[in-house]
Ligand binder design. Structure first.
Ligand code: FES
Length: 145
């Protein structure tokens, strides 16, 4: 029976989300990731891990694995599709609005952390590996007086 809360476009998007949930793109792990991080949604304890391969500032591969609701897993799956081939600088600019637009359905405030878990993990993975240290920020030319 059709869920009465989904009609028209909503139903189309529900199928789209369920497809990513059931057949996540880029599922798994990388053997030697350049950056990796795992975190949980503190509201439910569900988790996602992201492994990223980077060459010359460009994401060449990404895999994710985790457990969680359809929104969290579909959102992470969509994100992995989006970032392959992008520069770290472009990925830095990806924010909440873009992720929610990709998911394509209205997300209630209670489910926001679900939808954004993948992005949070991805940003943290890249930040830990590629963000300049405090010392590098203070001496961007690598020179100390
Ligand atoms: Fe746990 Fe959505 S309910 S990630």
């Amino acid at each position: 029976m059709t869920d009465p809360t989904f009609t028209g476009m909503d139903e189309l998007y529900r199928d789209f989300i369920l497809d990513h949930y059931r057949n996540p793109r880029n599922a798994g792990t990388l053997e030697h990731p350049d950056a990796s991080f795992e975190d949980i949604n503190p509201l439910c304890g569900d988790k996602i891990r992201m492994d990223v391969a980077v060459r010359d500032g460009v994401v060449t591969d990404v895999k994710f694995r985790g457990r969680g609701c359809a929104i969290s897993q579909a959102s992470a799956s969509l994100l992995t599709e989006e970032i392959k081939g992008k520069t770290l600088a472009d990925i830095e600019k990806i924010g909440k609005d873009e992720v929610l637009a990709n998911v394509g359905i209205n997300i209630s405030a209670a489910r926001l952390k679900c939808a954004l878990l993948g992005l949070k993990v991805l940003k943290q993975a890249l930040a830990l590996k590629y963000e300049p240290s405090e010392e590098e920020k203070a001496y961007p030319d690598g020179q100390r007086s």
